[in-house]
Unconditional design. Structure first.
Lengths: 289, 319
């Protein structure tokens, strides 16, 4: 019969202890999320009502709702998506389906990594220098959305490229053997198989775009503007900037108001993220190859 | 019925077309569409490079007059006096801002390293199945919280907490911003570190297991040393994330120009300075250009950080 030696038992104890230690390290990252969410829900929950979501802010933003900020964020996200999704998908198609393995492709990849790594405030400076001043869009939804589009481009590119590359090579080869061109293959075989993965990436981009503050501060988002924008050359309020403003710039704000704004913002962002994650998990389970 | 006759004739394959199939020459409509699309997606691919160049060109365009004119290199890097709005004698010393950014980023990375490394080891070496997926999803959600919400948390939750716990007069300090930034940098560090651990070949683990090593011994003595470079890349990307963070630092660090003596001092970061002051400057003024110069500094530093992390990661892949 095998008997556990003292060394074996000691190892087993250490093993168990280490497992608990590492797990608690992981939990230390997760507990704050739960605590933060609970505090936001407890303190911000009472502020949220139908009126809060559908009315204008009044009395110098110390009362009323967040309707123009909510709509402004929606407008910014839509225009940013219109600008970045086609470019991002084209870039991902090039990298996944066309690009040879050479220095130029490495340069593109490096540019994408850096585009994601450049600080958001530097993107804001770029937006001011390029879109607001050089292209003379002024501080407008267009300038702010284009700044956001450049900033979140890597999200679309990376997600799209991954789902394109997940389509097996044999699918493409079968199609080429039928005499189809590259584009016919992409259009008829690759894209239909990758489209849900691309959608996941786009939803993720919506979440990212909605939460950004610094890039829109000087390019198109206004502190206080209780009307809805009429076109892309108007300024607009935005939820993220509104949170910054009511939390730091406005005196005598009732404490539950910024909590309410934060709760709505984080609700939108996390809902979008959860949809994207759930979609991804569902797709992984469904995949036939 | 002439038209129909021509139709039939038109649809009959001519000898020319038959020849073209044999020679492999196929310049029909689909061929041209294919070439057109190839051109279009190439433009898409190049756009990323153009945007990076564009960012550098446009921020330099707004800031270069200051670099060649009012900027004093020694003052900029060594003087802590950032007084751009002084009427008589404006000074542009970024030293305190650089130290502010460095102290907050340093504390953030130091806080984040043990937790991200521990999580990465747990996810890669211990957790299985659903628990592993669940943990990864939670960490992904942590990464999704917008920076302005983090700043708000620093302001309304951490601030009173620090005042009470340490009995200090102000809670918007290096400590506050460091912890907040640490939580923000941890998800990316965990993800990259986990990738690095997973990239260690399984036969390393199997060899150690055959020698009787327990799981944590394998993790600690075999996997970690083998993944050293990837873990370095994770730390680098964490530094990059902390360095470039704007709204959270602006709201949680106290935003006062100060070379800190300890973690209970307020500081001001490079990024936060741009965010707080750009709205109040006149386009083209020295102050405005000085802020763009800070932007150039931020761009260059993050570029170098990302480049080195990429080189490290690529080096691993080659092996």
């Amino acid at each position: 019969m095998f008997e556990a030696s003292p060394l074996n038992q000691r190892n087993k104890r250490i093993e168990r202890g280490m497992r608990v230690l590492y797990l608690s390290m992981a939990l230390m990252l997760i507990v704050p999320v739960i605590v933060i969410l609970s505090v936001l829900v407890i303190k911000g929950g009472p502020a949220i009502s139908w009126a809060f979501l559908t009315e204008d802010p009044i009395q110098g933003m110390t009362a009323g709702g967040i309707f123009p900020a909510l709509m402004g964020t929606v407008a910014l996200v839509i225009v940013a998506l219109i600008a970045s999704v086609p470019v991002g998908i084209a870039a991902a198609l090039y990298l996944s389906e066309y690009a040879p393995d050479n220095w130029f492709t490495r340069l593109i990849n490096l540019a994408i990594i850096n585009l994601a790594g450049v600080p958001s405030i530097v993107h804001a400076l770029f937006g001011v220098g390029a879109f607001v001043l050089f292209f003379e869009f002024g501080t407008s939804i267009l300038a702010a959305s284009l700044t956001l589009a450049v900033m979140t481009l890597p999200v679309v590119i990376v997600a799209t490229r991954e789902s394109l590359q997940a389509v097996p090579m044999s699918f493409r080869e079968a199609c080429w053997n039928m005499g189809a061109t590259r584009w016919q293959t992409i259009r008829q075989v690759v894209l239909p198989n990758a489209i849900s993965g691309i959608l996941t990436g786009i939803i993720l981009e919506v979440s990212r775009t909605a939460g950004e503050t610094a890039p829109i501060m000087f390019t198109g988002a206004a502190f206080f503007l209780p009307f809805l924008p009429e076109g892309v050359f108007d300024q607009t309020m935005a939820l993220s900037l509104h949170l910054f403003v009511v939390a730091t710039q406005v005196p005598d704000v009732p404490p539950e108001l910024p909590f309410g704004v934060a709760l709505v913002l984080i609700g939108i962002v996390l809902a979008m993220n959860s949809v994207s994650i759930a979609f991804r998990v569902y797709l992984r389970g469904k995949k036939k190859w | 019925m002439e038209p129909s006759t021509t139709d039939i004739q038109g649809s009959t394959p001519s000898t020319d077309a038959a020849n073209s199939i044999h020679t492999g020459d196929r310049r029909d409509l689909h061929w041209y569409i294919d070439k057109g699309v190839a051109g279009l997606v190439f433009v898409g691919g190049v756009s990323a490079v153009l945007f990076i160049i564009g960012i550098f060109v446009f921020i330099t365009r707004e800031g270069f007059e200051f670099i060649g004119g009012a900027m004093n290199l020694k003052e900029f890097f060594l003087s802590p006096a950032w007084r751009p709005t002084s009427d008589s004698n404006p000074t542009y010393g970024a030293f305190a801002l650089i130290v502010g950014t460095a102290s907050v980023t340093g504390l953030a990375v130091l806080t984040a390293i043990p937790f991200s490394l521990g999580s990465a080891i747990y996810i890669s070496e211990f957790a299985e199945g659903r628990y592993r997926e669940g943990l990864k999803i939670m960490i992904e959600l942590l990464a999704a919280i917008p920076s302005v919400v983090w700043g708000f948390i620093g302001l309304v939750i951490m601030n009173p907490l620090i005042i009470e716990m340490f009995d200090v007069p102000i809670g918007l300090t290096v400590l506050n911003a460091g912890i907040i930034l640490g939580l923000m940098a941890a998800p990316i560090m965990t993800t990259i570190a986990e990738d690095a651990l997973k990239a260690v070949p399984d036969h390393y683990r199997e060899a150690a297991e055959a020698l009787g090593a327990t799981r944590w011994q394998i993790a600690w003595k075999v996997v970690l040393p083998a993944a050293k470079q990837g873990l370095m890349a994770a730390v680098l990307l964490g530094v990059g994330r902390g360095f470039g963070e704007t709204m959270a630092v602006l709201m949680a660090s106290g935003h006062s120009i100060n070379v800190p003596d300890g973690v209970f001092d307020s500081v001001r970061a490079l990024t936060a300075t741009i965010a707080a002051e750009l709205g109040e400057t006149a386009v083209g003024s020295d102050h405005y250009q000085a802020l763009f110069t800070l932007g150039i500094l931020l761009f260059i530093v993050t570029f170098v950080i990302n480049l080195s992390a990429d080189l490290v990661i690529r080096g691993i892949r080659k092996k």
